[in-house]
Ligand binder design. Structure first.
Ligand code: KG4
Ligand code: ZN
Length: 333
């Protein structure tokens, strides 16, 4: 079964062709980073306009690169939630129009669930269920008990900034471009993470919730006191380890409590090599299923992959044409 995936939840326009939920025939990503970099963050209005311009060329390119034609596609999968409303509408309406024109079904999938599915697509082996699911991205930081694919129980989530957002804001303080995560990681490689004793926030009575806004403020204060250019790398390294170690500690604690050994991880921050090394170092008994680095950032292959799965889950029924885009959509209560 050939599935066309469409992703436009935020600042990437992406299309992909995936065979049977796993085999990626093409995956095209048009990033808007250069546009938003001028403003230091995503400007929703500009994001919509850019999606309008590049959606069709991206679609054409992904079909061409897969060596197929539009009429070979059997199903369309689109990320219809969560995200920026204008951006979501662009992808969803493209999917609906194509579904009508080609006479094939479409399914809407949850972007956050797709980040978890990316880990399954990336590994030959499957995790043992129940496993834990961890999403660390620019919009989300959350931990779930995954009973099986499609059944999630929320364990903890961020009460303020997402971890990727904290990387981006810290990068801005350090004068690095948007999106800042990869730049913080590169700078941190030259620094000593022990220099500053930062710690991510803890939420009273909620040991699995996250809070990263204080961490970013701590970085700001550190920069105001006797700060020299040579301290930038140390600051980046100290911030990075504090943020990542918090995710590892909470994941490891949840795994111990629930007697779970397998973890599936996804989202832009899993592109960071330090988080992978720290998990190995600090939680060696956990079996981590990482997405490939291409599938860790926003992409449409994970949307197509999950779409294949959702279509089976729905007994091969597509969604109706009145499916609405949602800016928020929890995977579970
Ligand atoms: O999953 P994603 O592409 O989009 C969302 O769904 O949010 O994640 C983007 C986030 C950004 O905040 C970006 O700075 C962060 O992931 N990110 C990283 C790295 N690469 C991307 N953060 C830390 N280290 C990285 N190497
Ligand atoms: Zn994402």
């Amino acid at each position: 079964m050939l599935v066309l995936g469409i992703e436009s939840t935020c600042d990437e326009t992406a299309c992909a062709i995936v065979k049977d939920g796993r085999e990626i025939l093409s995956s095209v990503i048009a990033s808007q980073a250069d546009i938003h970099n001028m403003f230091g963050g995503v400007v929703p209005e500009l994001s919509c306009r850019q999606h309008v311009e590049v959606m069709i060329p991206t679609l054409k390119q992904c079909v061409e690169e897969a060596g197929i034609t539009l009429s070979d596609i059997n199903l369309i999968a689109v990320a219809y939630a969560p995200g920026l409303i204008g951006a979501l509408l662009l992808g969803l309406n493209t999917a609906k129009a194509l579904s009508l024109a080609l006479g094939i079904p479409f399914v809407g999938v949850n972007h956050v669930e797709a980040h978890l599915y990316a880990a399954l697509m990336s590994n030959e082996a499957s995790p043992l269920f129940p496993c834990l699911g961890v999403v660390v991205s620019g919009g989300h930081t959350a931990l779930w008990d995954v009973e099986e694919l499609g059944t999630y129980h929320l364990i903890g989530h961020t009460v303020d900034d997402a971890i990727g957002e904290a990387f981006d804001k810290t990068a801005k303080l350090l004068g690095l471009p948007y999106p800042g995560g990869p730049h913080v990681e590169s700078l941190a490689a030259f620094g000593d993470p022990q220099t500053y004793s930062f710690r991510a926030g803890q939420v009273k009575g909620r040991p699995f919730d996250f809070s990263f806004s204080g961490l970013k403020t701590a970085v700001l204060y550190a920069m105001k006191h006797d700060f020299h250019e040579k301290d930038r790398a140390n600051l980046a390294a100290s911030f990075q380890d504090a943020a990542l170690i918090d995710v590892i500690n909470k994941t490891a604690l949840a795994a111990r409590n629930k007697n779970i050994s397998d973890i599936i991880l996804g989202g832009g921050v899993t592109n960071n090599l330090r988080i992978r090394a720290l998990f190995r170092e600090r939680a060696p008994s956990l079996r981590c299923f990482w997405p490939t680095r291409e599938l860790s950032l926003d992409n449409a292959a994970m949307i197509a992959g999950l779409g294949f799965n959702v279509y089976q889950r729905r007994n091969q029924q597509g969604h109706p044409l009145n499916l609405e885009a949602l800016t928020r959509l929890p995977l579970s209560a």
